[in-house]
Design a protein around this ligand. Sequence first.
Ligand code: F6R
Length: 261
Amino acid sequence: MEIIVTKDYEEMSDKAAEIVIAAIKASPELVLGLATGSTPEGLYERLVTAHKEDGLDFSHMTTFNLDEYVGLGPDHEQSYRFFMDTHLFDHINISKERTHVPDGLAADPVQYCKLYEEMIQDADGIDIQVLGIGRDGHLGFNEPGTSLSSRTQLVALAPETIEDNSRFFDSEDEVPHFALTMGVQSILEARKCLLLASGEGKAEALKGCVEGPITSMLTASALQVHPDAIVIVDEAAASRLERLDYYKWVQQAREQIAGTH
Ligand code: F6R
């Protein structure tokens, strides 16, 4: 894992945008995996700015989102499709047919999840998967106890996730209890994973992800076996890492090496 520690949320978003923008420029047909939630909003703002001000071209790209609430259609303001349209897709030059968010209204969710996996494979897999982390250490909606070899599936949300996500709804009762999510194994198959975390509330989960044992009780810990996982984290979210000084030292060394090339 490469750990990049940033001063704050803004710097975390700058760093993430730098990596994603460089990848799009290097490979315009990039297949980008996306997450929703508060954490990647700054990244999406920067991608929109890069398109509007510098002409960054998204027209050849394909995207796949991690997850969607069951029962919410694209017009529901809290659906993840609505989130992606309003935060990113409506402001860049990508045709909606190239953007994929699991269908929360699928009549046969089990069959649909298989289809979603096939769509990812048909696109030749995901080049970069953007990820957030839940307070309970979830990746996508892979809650504690989910098999680390899971694939895209229908899942029940953990009570703490329902509570956390109720901030986006009028009341906790309105938060769906089920979701479709890419599995842990599906996520690990992305060629690069980019996990973002910000704020004190994520510090404990992040410690488990980076330094804890690899366990289905904290599915983000599975990233430890990924050959190219980058964790971009602000000081607050990094505050409980035991080897923080070491990660900063490695980060400095990487920057020095990059500077000499
Ligand atoms: C969202 C997703 C979730 C979030 C996580 C953190 O698509 O897959 O795993 O990344 O719940 O959410 P925020 O960023 O709102 O703290």
